[in-house]
Design a protein around this ligand. Structure first.
Ligand SMILES: [Zn+2]
Length: 249
């Protein structure tokens, strides 16, 4: 019997006993069986709307002929002061790569409940620009994609895109500004798509501008269809759109 996993677990349990790690979502100590974030956060954070509703909201930010994403799923609502916001912040700015993989696993398991994601073959992270990668040391979207691949059997991880421009933050831009800001910001790598269904992964979706710019590039490059998934959905406006366009998914 290989004693390494047992010894590793013993060491982790001992460390937990002397200094319990805190859940980055709620700041409560993690229990002995909890890894990365606590069970309460996993089960009681405010859920994101269903994929069909998220797609309908995103569709309001694009001219119909420019919407390249066919379906989009998310785990949590990205409300101000929420645990979801704390978790994404820890993933992006506090080096919690394993947290991204764990949350990606939750995301992948959630996506399996929706037929729109049944035929996903390739899972691709939204790329970071090289300068940002140097600064942060890792791409948080890749951590999420790794978790998703583990949870969605039959899929594989691939880096399909490069970020050619360092885009300014989208935070203060409206929907049209966001579309302009990320247009032509991505380039495809040499990977062959062969008519595959590609799932794009990122941390947060607001208007979907970044995901859609990536999806456009993948469709031009031979993808059969592109779907997307993020840990959280951030509503751009507090009010929900009055007009709902149902596109399926
Ligand atoms: Zn928690």
């Amino acid at each position: 019997m290989n004693a390494q996993p047992f010894l590793h677990r013993l060491r982790e349990d001992f460390l937990h006993l002397i200094a319990p790690a805190l859940c980055p979502g709620c700041d409560e100590p993690l229990g002995p069986e909890e890894r990365e974030y606590c069970r309460t956060c996993r089960t009681s954070l405010e859920p994101a709307p269903y994929p069909r509703e998220i797609l309908a909201e995103i569709a309001t930010h694009f001219p119909p002929e420019e919407l390249a994403i066919e379906a989009i799923g998310a785990l949590y609502n990205y409300a101000p002061e929420s645990g979801a916001r704390n978790l994404v912040h820890a993933l992006k700015y506090q080096g919690c790569y394993g947290l991204g993989v764990a949350m990606g696993g939750e995301l992948g398991r959630a996506l399996r409940m929706f037929t729109a994601f049944d035929d996903v073959e390739i899972v691709a992270p939204v790329p970071l620009h090289r300068a940002k990668m140097r600064e942060r040391g890792y791409n948080q979207a890749q951590a999420i994609a790794e978790g998703v691949v583990k949870a969605m059997h039959g899929t594989r991880l691939a880096h399909l895109l490069e970020r050619t421009r360092h885009t300014t933050s989208q935070t203060l831009l409206d929907a049209a500004g966001r579309r302009r800001n990320v247009r032509e910001a991505f380039r495809r790598t040499a990977f062959s798509l062969e008519g595959a269904c590609v799932l794009l992964c990122d941390d947060v979706c607001t208007t979907g501008a970044t995901l859609n710019a990536c999806a456009e590039r993948l469709l031009v490059s031979g993808a059969r269809r592109v779907v997307a998934a993020t840990l959280a959905k951030d509503p751009l406006n507090a009010t929900r759109p009055d007009v709902r366009v149902v596109l399926g998914g």
